[in-house]
Design a protein around this ligand. Structure first.
Ligand code: MSP
Length: 643
């Protein structure tokens, strides 16, 4: 079947400096949309690149005593390295210094000049070099750039002007007739007001520096950097050079840009295209800004977050997940290390990681690692199946509407429900009774099937993790060939496959803020020392000690005891038998942290009923003040004697 084309772009980034986490945010959104569209069967063309000309870059190169191209070559290499580490799946990376681009910009400039929409005049006004933007006096805020608040420079030059004013009414009509052209709606309203305020003709050449594309018929001038930059979107789509490609992908479906550059994309760019007689892009989507502890990132504030360091520390998928989950598209969002770690621990290690680990562990222990065919479904199973199917339908609707954040939330509702399904169906109890084998198979199949669906749906956001889950589930089909359709409809998982050994996909991050750690150490040291040296109990003989039967026990399952925030019920394997014990360690351990651990327990302790559950044994733990650690014997088989 013919696949529909879909063309999405990021802005092209200035290689004046290395990129920070805010830039990575923008590209992660575009990448997730591109991946989602591929999954949904589209023929996607995803473009990113670098915006290499302009006064700012020329000055930076001078400061560094290198030529502009030497300067940008190095920084552009770091962009590519970042996109590689973040697993960005762009199909092309355009550099505005490439010949293919220079040819297009010069052809455009020439055509618009020939038709009389570019004319020469003298320019006198204000210029913001960091933003590469012209302003008239009335637009300044307290004499500074209204966008970035930095000082502007007075520029007096003989320049070429683009007759934007001529197109004002046509553009306004177009925006009004195409409600989806500028998104979200708040940005659309801003743009309508801006245009209604009156469009000035735009100065589109500079003579005071030469790092740019020369005006073809007057080489003292270089083309204004925004005129040059915006054109990248048609260069890469094949304008002038590849007619078939251009007619396939143009007009672009989405130009995804930061909110402060929506104006360039929804006013200057459409007017350039109108003047050229080229169709306008279908949508300009303005996303919000990522701020750090509520503050804009800047070198002078020293709060710039390096995405490479974060990826090295936490992995690309955790960073991608955080950015997409934490920030509602279109709104500003906050980055903090604490919020990142808390998302990793709660959503990835606990909810998703735990679901996978528990499921594979149980299939391994109870069914020799084989996903058996399900038996008769009960009400609780139907509920899970219905939710899984509703989730994939909602997901598609939300992703089509660019509501990435809500799509992720929806997926996590399914993940949490599935974790609860484990607690409700208690497969460890079913496994004890041979007559319940069919029920056990049903539950384990349903868990694996839900994970298969979740795995497909998270793949646009977490492209490294999804194939790992797929592999651990033991599914043989190539994950690269999976489609959105495979996540729609229940029961596509073929029974009889063997799952792999569970490997943690997101280890928990244990970190206390540095300040708190030092404080805790200072306060606790004397108390700890006292606890160690004070003999607390009367002497016993070796025979007394020998009365205790201490053994290594493998934790098969763990869950919270309802209504008791300190208690966990553990199902443990002693080599010869399985037991249930209730342990007062819930404040120190999440259930999933214990599953798979070889703990030490006393097995001949008199059974006790705790909250109605018979506890047969006790897990040993070391404790001091608020701290508690369960005693483990990681490499010893279950049942080994401890003496
Ligand atoms: N070169 C122009 C774009 C030309 S597109 C034809 C440019 N470059 S930029 O490097 O300054 O910014 C690129 C993108 O990064 C913009 O969309 C901008 O909004 C985005 N971001 C820069 N800092 C950001 C945050 N802190 N948060 C989110 N996005 C941010 O503008």
């Amino acid at each position: 079947m013919e696949r529909k084309p879909f063309y999405i772009t990021t802005p092209i980034f200035y290689p004046s400096d290395r990129l920070h986490i805010g830039h990575a945010y923008c590209t992660t959104i575009a990448d997730s949309v591109a991946r989602y569209k591929r999954l949904a069967g589209y023929d996607v063309f995803f473009l990113t690149g670098s915006d290499e000309h302009g006064q700012k870059i020329q000055r930076k190169a001078q400061e560094n005593k290198v030529t502009p191209i030497e300067y940008v070559d190095k920084i552009v290499a770091s962009f590519k390295q970042l996109w590689d580490k973040l697993n960005i799946s762009h199909d092309d990376f355009i550099r505005t210094t490439e010949n293919r681009h220079r040819e297009v910009v010069q052809a455009l400039f020439q055509k618009i000049y020939d038709q009389g929409d570019i004319y020469k005049a003298s320019y006198e006004g204000w210029y913001c070099t960091p933003c590469e933007t012209f302003w008239v006096e009335r637009q300044l805020t307290d004499g500074k750039c209204p966008d970035c608040g930095r000082p502007v420079e007075m520029v007096q030059e003989e320049s070429y002007f683009f007759r934007m004013s001529k197109y004002q009414d046509r553009l306004l009509k177009y925006i009004e007739e195409n409600p989806h052209f500028i998104q979200p709606t708040s940005r659309r309203n801003e743009m309508i007001n801006f245009i209604k305020g009156g469009l000035e003709d735009l100065c589109v050449s500079r003579t005071t520096f030469d790092w740019g594309i020369p005006v073809p018929f007057d080489t003292k001038h270089v083309v204004y950097v925004w005129f040059d930059a915006l054109t990248n979107y048609i260069t890469a789509a094949g304008y002038l050079h590849d007619r078939d490609k251009f007619s396939r992908y143009w007009p672009a479906d989405i130009h995804l840009v930061g909110k402060e550059i929506v104006r360039f994309h929804s006013i200057i760019w459409p007017i350039i295209l109108m003047a050229m007689g080229v169709e306008l892009p279908k949508m300009v989507y303005g996303h919000g800004w990522l701020v750090v502890e509520g503050d804009k990132m800047s070198k002078s504030k020293g709060n710039v977050i390096d995405p490479i360091q974060l990826i090295d520390e936490f992995g690309a998928d955790a960073i991608r997940y955080f950015l997409l989950r934490e920030i509602t598209l279109g709104m500003d969002g906050n980055f903090s290390r604490e919020a990142l770690i808390s998302r990793i621990n709660a959503d990835l290690a606990n909810d998703l990681g735990n679901l996978l680990h528990r499921t594979l562990n149980m299939i391994g222990r109870f069914n020799h690692g084989v996903i058996e065919a399900p038996g008769q479904a009960e009400a609780v199973d139907h509920e899970l199946m219905k939710l899984a199917q509703e989730t994939s339908a909602d997901y598609e609707r939300l992703m089509e509407g660019m509501d990435i954040n809500a799509a992720i939330k929806q997926l996590w509702t399914l993940i949490s429900r599935t974790n609860k399904y484990i607690d409700e169906t208690a497969p460890w109890a079913l496994a004890k009774d041979a007559e319940k084998k069919s029920r056990l198979n049903t539950v384990l199949y349903n868990l694996a099937e839900t994970l298969r669906i979740v795995c497909i749906l998270i793949s646009p956001f977490m492209p490294n993790t999804a194939p790992k889950i797929w592999q651990q589930l033991g599914i043989e089909t190539d994950f690269a060939a999976v489609t959105l359709n495979d996540a729609q409809g229940w029961g596509r998982l073929l029974p009889g496959i063997k799952v792999a050994k569970p490997e943690p996909i997101f280890p928990r991050i244990e970190e206390k803020p540095a300040a708190e750690e030092t404080k805790a150490a200072e306060i606790k040291q004397p108390a700890q020392a006292a606890a160690i040296v004070t003999p607390a109990t009367p002497e016993i003989t070796i025979d007394d000690f020998a009365k205790m039967d201490l053994r290594v026990a493998k934790v098969l399952a763990a869950e919270k005891v309802k209504g008791a925030d300190k208690l966990l019920t553990l199902t443990v394997d002693l080599g010869t038998e399985q037991r249930t014990i209730v342990s007062g360690i819930a404040k120190h351990y999440a259930p999933e942290q214990l599953v798979g651990q070889n703990v030490v327990m006393i097995v001949n302790l008199k059974p006790a009923k705790i909250r109605g559950i018979e506890s047969r044994g006790m897990v040993l733990a070391a404790s001091c003040d608020e701290k508690l650690t369960v005693v483990t014997a990681p490499d010893m088989p279950a049942g080994s004697k401890v003496k």
